[in-house]
Write a protein that binds this ligand. Structure first.
Ligand code: SAM
Ligand code: SF4
Length: 371
């Protein structure tokens, strides 16, 4: 087990709730409540640990062991888990992610089944866009409404450097196909790496605005399999704002953030009042939003991770496979609630009073958690 420690910033904290240390309240009425009073309503479900890119900030170039097929949640188990989340535990939105969810052959069937069971549930997909051009229409027809496509650059050389694969044109074609299939909003996720794509941040924003996509920059987090992240190396949210400010004026979006990870800004050209669109910045490291976190994560092998940076995982697969009676469902929901009750107050990045002075990077890479 790698226990490399990296010093990070200090998350802002909500005052400790009086219930700290108390046992979890029984019953499902409290949903996915934690000891600090937060209630998770946003479910992130990873469909696979596999991927067809090798982004340097996420996966190693080679050498990751894939999960065996019988260890992965099946389509039926996914549908059952989402049903328990929505019908019993107050889940209000679902994001399917990975690894790369498009590599799952039964993705369209999974979305179609979820949509039949939950006609009004916002279901979104985070994808790298490779192969999306062929599947976009089928995904839209199955009931997918929201899409995030990760594309860090519009330049082939930088794309190759970042992802170690020459598939930029496929990604762009996938985004176009999704727009043509009527998916809206389409969000573009971008991670900036110093010396590779940071200088073209404003250009990527221009490209996104021209096409009506909402760009969101994500601060690079210490979740890479190579453990190459450094505090000095990462591009901070403040730097991202400065990089964009060369070409655009940003003003805070007046709409409520409402627990969203991204802080949104309205974008205009300097000296103009014309609103061109919005841009989001997800500052998990330098401006953490743990106090308002509403996320519950399930890995592709059915483990609850109460936090992206969690080093504790709670298995649901064994209980799911024990049977599908009401009693079995009760056991699954109770264990899921227990896991969330123990959600840490913050991601433990060097805050005094939270234990370790130094943050310890989780064993899992981002691809194996589900971003
Ligand atoms: N493969 C899909 C994709 O790339 O969109 C879905 C999974 S990926 C893990 C989800 C998101 O996590 C992507 O937008 C990716 O850029 C982001 N991500 C991966 N590693 C990251 C890291 N170390 N720091 C910040 N974001 C990261
Ligand atoms: Fe694959 Fe997404 Fe990780 Fe890139 S960020 S390696 S596309 S899982």
């Amino acid at each position: 087990m790698d226990t490399k420690a990296v010093a990070l910033g200090m998350p802002e904290l909500r005052p400790v709730s009086p219930g700290l240390g108390a046992p979890r309240p029984g019953g499902t009425e409290t949903g996915l409540l934690d000891q600090f009073g937060r209630v998770a309503t946003d479910m992130r479900l990873s469909l696979t640990d596999k991927c067809n890119l090798r982004c340097t900030y996420c996966m190693p170039e080679a050498g990751l062991d894939w999960l065996k097929k019988d260890k992965l949640l099946t389509a039926a188990e996914i549908v059952r888990l989402v049903g328990l989340g929505v019908n019993r535990l107050g889940v209000r939105e679902l994001r399917l992610t990975g690894g790369e969810p498009l590599v799952r052959a039964d993705l369209v069937q999974i979305i179609a089944a979820l949509r039949v069971n939950h006609p009004d549930l916002p279901i979104s997909l985070t994808t790298n866009g490779v192969g999306l051009a062929k599947k976009a229409q089928a995904l839209a027809d199955a009931g997918l409404t929201r899409l995030n496509v990760s594309m860090d650059t519009i330049h082939h050389d930088a794309f190759l450097q970042l992802t170690r694969r020459p598939f930029l044109d496929q990604v762009k074609a996938g985004i176009e196909a999704a727009a043509a299939a009527g998916m809206k909003p389409i969000k573009i996720n971008a991670v900036l790496l110093r010396g590779i794509n940071d200088s073209t941040a404003a250009e990527l924003l221009e490209w996104s605005l021209e096409r009506g996509y909402e760009l969101r920059f994500i601060e690079q987090m210490p979740l890479d399999a190579d453990h190459g992240w450094t505090r000095d190396g990462m591009i901070t949210a403040a730097e991202i704002r400065a990089l964009i400010a060369t070409d655009f004026e940003l003003t805070p979006d007046p709409r409520a953030r409402d627990g969203a990870p991204a802080e949104r800004f309205e974008v205009r050209r300097h000296g103009s009042t014309e609103l061109l669109g919005t841009v989001g910045i997800i500052a998990s490291v330098t401006e953490p939003f743990c106090a308002d976190c509403r996320r519950t994560r399930i890995t592709a092998e059915g483990k609850v991770m109460s936090c992206l940076f969690s080093r504790t995982e709670v298995d649901l697969l064994e209980l799911l496979r024990a049977g599908d009676s009401t009693n079995d469902d009760d056991a699954v929901t109770a264990r899921w609630q227990d896991a969330m009750w123990a959600k840490p107050r913050a991601h433990g990045m060097g805050h005094p009073g939270l234990g370790d002075a130094d943050f310890v990077q989780p064993d899992r890479s981002m691809s194996a958690i589900g971003g």
